[in-house]
Design a protein around this ligand. Structure first.
Ligand code: UD1
Length: 338
């Protein structure tokens, strides 16, 4: 079996990717110290794939501890998710973000060099585009020095990967720029597990519907968008996870460039108010919400041109917003049933 290290493999996107890897015949090796995730994600993965995955509770910035994972068997490739991602927190605690997000990639690349591992799929974000001039946004849109320290760590990591792949002609890296991942595995065994009050829209919506939050605040309805609320490209996390398996497979090819970038989105933009309405339809519940002020740093609209991922990776989304919201809601209900 091909061992594929999944850093952050107990997290939201990482756990779904571990499942898709196992289903594609790889052996996911989860490296995660569970600082921002829970044991139940590991149990959920095991329940879906029918066996306990290999798990190492290791901080990815701890080079010697991480090295032992490489020593326990040949490593086919790495998918690197482990990072902090809360925009507001990154403004308050930039050192935490620069140290962890950039430090863990530096350590990982040193270990990949040391152990001769040449395939890397990296978790980036559409945040690198900032507020794009043209929509849908293509991979060739300029980096806009993302507005937050969090976003800037993604810009720096992308640059580091370009530099490293220029220096090592055998290294192959796939940089995946996610739009807005939502939803959960249809089995409702794994999903998003935000600690504390969710920052992101969909967990806030499902927690409000479950009665855990009083009401959703829609951050602004005076943007220059069709209904005044912000527009995003919401992609089902299982689709997103599958794209990682395709990206990893592509790195086996002969004529693959050292470093490639792909947008991962559906190509469709939906407003916050459309998300609210669609959620009400699929759940059959009214969602208490009110319009509040804009959230600092939000861009009015961003959605992907997914052509490149389709043409080069053969990636197409199987799910739409309705399925994603229905799966997110099923997951929220599974959590409440515990
Ligand atoms: C945010 C980050 C992005 C990061 C991603 C992953 C910003 C500007 N961007 O994306 O860089 O990669 O999270 O964590 O923070 N909304 C509400 N009410 C809420 C929550 C959200 O109206 O309670 C709205 C937001 O204004 C936005 C949309 O819902 O228009 C989606 O928000 P969110 O889920 O936080 O994602 P992004 O802001 O797009």
């Amino acid at each position: 079996m091909k061992r594929v290290i999944v850093t952050g493999g107990a997290g939201f996107i990482g756990s779904h990717t571990a499942v898709e890897l196992a289903e594609a015949g790889y052996d996911p090796v989860i490296v995660d110290d569970l600082r921002n995730s829970e044991e139940r994600a590991l149990q959920g993965i095991a329940g879906i794939i029918g066996k306990d995955p290999e798990v190492h509770r290791v901080d990815c910035t701890d080079e010697e501890a991480f090295a032992r994972v490489f020593e326990q068997g040949a490593v086919h490739g790495v998918i690197h998710f482990a990072a902090y991602k809360a925009v507001g927190e990154s403004v308050a605690e930039p050192l935490k973000y620069y140290h962890n997000n950039i430090g863990s990639l530096v350590v990982l690349l040193r270990l990949m060099e040391r152990y001769g591992v040449k395939r890397l799929v990296f978790s980036s974000s559409c945040t690198v585009y900032g507020d794009p001039d043209r929509l849908p946004v293509t991979e060739s849109a300029p980096d806009r020095n993302a507005m937050s320290p969090y976003g800037f760590t993604k810009v720096v990591c992308e640059r580091l990967l370009r530099d490293q792949s220029a220096a090592d002609p055998d290294l192959r890296a796939s940089l995946l720029r996610y739009f807005n991942p939502i939803g959960a595995h249809p089995s409702a065994r794994i999903g998003e597990l935000p600690l504390g009050v969710p920052n992101n829209l969909v967990p806030f919506v499902t927690q409000t519907a479950a009665g855990l939050r009083k009401e959703l605040t829609v951050f602004g309805d005076d943007y220059d968008t069709p209904d005044g609320s912000c527009v995003r490209d919401y992609i089902h996390v299982v689709d997103l996870a599958r794209a990682h398996v395709l990206a990893l497979g592509r790195l086996d090819g002969k004529d693959v460039p050292g470093c490639e970038v792909f947008n991962l989105g559906t190509g469709t933009g939906n407003s916050v108010l459309e998300v609210v309405r669609t959620f009400e339809e699929v759940s059959g519940l009214p969602l208490p919400h009110r319009i509040g002020p804009r959230r600092p740093g939000d861009v009015p609209a961003v959605y992907a041109d997914p052509t490149r991922a389709r043409d080069v990776l053969g990636f197409e989304c199987r799910y739409g917003l309705r399925e994603a919201l229905a799966d997110a809601w099923r997951w929220q209900q599974a959590l409440a049933g515990d």
